[in-house]
Every structure is written in C-alpha cells, then in structure tokens.
Ligand binder design. Structure first.
Ligand code: ATP
Ligand code: SF4
Ligand code: MG
Length: 323
C-alpha cells in the first residue's frame, strides 16, 4: 500500500539573526488514505512549519535541511514549478492557520471558488465552475445564496467552511488542516469538526490535523504524533493515548494538562518550564530540562526512536518510568 504522505527524516531550519532555528528536527511519518492523523504540540513546536514544508510553501528564510517528503509517491521537492502548481490543491491541500481571515476581501465567495477550478483546469467553462462552486457550498452546509457574499458578510464559522470548501475543491488525496477551528467558539467548533469528519468519510482523503488541543485530536484522529521542539517524541494510536497510562513523559504532562472538571471547579496542571530555545537545543534529550525523570544519560545522549508497545517513543527511560 502506498502512503498518501511519507516523511523521511525531515528537518527544516529558519535562518535568523541569532542562528539557525531548528523548527523541524528529523521527523518521519506515513499517512495512508482514509485516515486522520493528529499532530499535537505546544506553540512553537514546529507544527505549522512542517505543514508548510509538505506543501512546499516555506517562508523565504526557511530551508528543508534534510529528508524527503513524498505525497502520493512523488517527491514534492523534485517537482518542477509547473508540476508543483498542478500538484498543489489537486493532490495536496492545506487549510492554513488563520486562513479564514485570509480570504480575499474584494472577491465574492463564488469568485474565489471559481478561481480555484479555472486556474487548475483551463478547459473548464465558467458556467461549469460556478456549478461546482454551488455544489461545494452545499457539501460544507452553506446556503448557496452566500455565493454572492463577500467574506466580511459571513460569520467566522462560515468563512472557515468556505476555506475548507476551497481546500477540498479539487479532491486532493491529502488535506493538511492547521488549527482549523481554534479561533471559533465551542459550538461552531463542534459543528465544523463534525462536518470535517462527514466529508472525510465520503471523500476518503488523508488528513494531517494540526492542533494543540489534546482531547479534540484524540477524538478525531486514529493516530497521533506528539511534537516537542521539532521532533516527534511519541507516535501512537489515539485509542491508547487516552486509555493507557504509559507514555512519553511529555505526553504524560500534556494529558495531565487537560482541564479536569471536578464538581464545579476546573483544575489545570500545566507542564512546568518553557519549551527550549530552538537555536541552541539542550544537549541529550531536548525535554530533559523539564522532565521530572531526567538523569545523567538524558542530559548527555539524545534518545533514539524505539518501537515499544505499539508506539514509537523517544525516551531513554520509557520502560523504567512507566513501571
Ligand atoms: P503554534 O502552535 O503557535 O502555531 P507551531 O507549532 O505551528 O506553533 P511554528 O510556527 O512551526 O510552530 O514555529 C516553529 C518555530 O520556528 C518557532 O520557534 C518559531 O518561532 C520559529 N519560526 C517560525 N517562523 C519563523 C521565521 N519566519 N523565521 C524564524 N523563525 C521562525
Ligand atoms: Fe525525560 Fe530522559 Fe525520557 Fe527525555 S529521555 S523524556 S529526559 S526520561
Ligand atoms: Mg502553527
């Protein structure tokens, strides 16, 4: 079976006045069709950088410093400019972080969707594109009357649905969703998530779902990659994520940080300390300054990824601390 997305030892750095920011540090992952994989991590852990790298839409000061990124078996970085233009949106698409505020303010919803069709299929008639635009709005449950609306005339939730409609317009095999519901209130968030699930079931594309909301991802995704300081420190199926107690110490901290509703008070236990400086990563395990189990080995030697109990874990002491 060919994976829809295959990351092999991918690293991405940003050139900055302070030095190279190691935003993504040697990550590997495979995603197959008809599956949702979650990507979780604190702010600044490298999630969006990885998403942008897959789309070959990195910022000017960013470089893919190592590894290969394959989508549907094609190395994204070996495509010519022209091939890439065709490949994007038709094979891989992304709902960018804060995308609902990036819709073109001077174009109607219809014009923005029609543009996507016409720019990818020169032979499609405007009439046919308009018909497809209407169908798409129906898929994301927006009244086609809004085809003539401008973005500012829509609610945040509706704008986000339009963005999702644009991402899936050309039936891509891979859809990257970068915090697609974060800016929305809980009720709207829920309805958009249900919509995403529903469309995914029909279209069977693969989704890389980026979020920092642990409970949301574990509900939506079948597999979850947990990112810390640019690395996947744990990759596990989401069922055992919530059910099992045995995890990487960072994952354990994230689970503890999920708000617990006890009687009428909410308690949150955050992870002490701050994410590391990505220009000068800590020696050994990057998590050691915050890890309550850290020993001398952790401070000196970076742990390798190991496959233990159905998950990939990057921790020297996984077996020991879980006893
Ligand atoms: P968030 O949850 O806040 O969206 P993220 O996990 O998506 O965070 P990224 O946006 O990928 O994180 O950033 C990863 C690291 O790269 C951060 O330390 C960030 O400061 C740094 N970074 C991002 N963009 C640039 C840039 N253009 N130049 C230099 N450093 C950058
Ligand atoms: Fe903690 Fe050591 Fe495991 Fe890193 S390798 S997470 S410091 S126990
Ligand atoms: Mg981000």
């Amino acid at each position: 079976r060919q994976p829809v997305l295959e990351l092999q030892n991918v690293s991405v750095g940003y050139d900055s006045p302070a030095g190279m920011v190691q935003a993504v540090n040697d990550v590997s992952l495979k995603i197959y069709e008809n599956t949702i994989v979650g990507l979780i991590g604190e702010s600044g852990s490298g999630k969006s950088t990885l998403g942008n790298a897959i789309m070959h839409l990195l910022k000017n000061n960013a470089v893919l410093t190592s590894g290969t990124i394959k989508v549907m078996g094609r190395d994204v970085y070996s495509l010519t400019k022209n091939e890439l233009r065709q490949f994007r949106w038709s094979q891989m698409a992304m709902v960018f972080q804060s995308a609902m505020n990036a819709l073109n303010p001077v174009l109607t919803v219809e014009d923005q969707i029609v543009d996507v069709f016409l720019s990818h299929d020169k032979r499609m008639s405007k009439q046919a594109a308009k018909k497809r635009a209407r169908e798409l709005l129906e898929i994301v449950s927006i009244d086609p009357a809004h085809l003539k609306s401008y973005p500012h005339e829509l609610s945040g939730g509706m704008r986000q649905r339009v963005v999702i409609a644009i991402a899936i317009a050309l039936d891509p095999k891979l859809v990257i969703m970068d915090e697609p519901t974060t800016a929305l209130d809980v009720v709207v968030q829920r309805s958009i998530l249900d919509k995403i699930k529903e469309i995914q079931k029909i279209k069977k594309f693969a989704i890389l779902f980026i979020s920092h909301d642990f409970s949301l991802v574990s509900e939506l995704a079948s597999k979850v990659a947990i990112m810390y300081a640019g690395r996947f420190i744990e990759v596990t199926d989401s069922q055992s994520l919530m059910a099992s107690k045995a995890h990487h110490p960072y994952t354990e901290g994230l689970i503890r940080a999920i708000p617990h509703l006890t009687a009428d008070e909410v308690t949150i236990e955050g992870i002490p300390g701050n994410p590391p400086n990505l220009v000068e990563l800590p020696t050994g395990c990057a998590y050691h300054p915050r890890c309550r189990y850290a020993n001398d080995l952790c401070k000196r030697v970076r742990p390798e990824i190991r496959h233990v109990e159905n998950r990939d874990i990057e921790c020297h002491l996984y077996e020991t601390v879980q006893k």
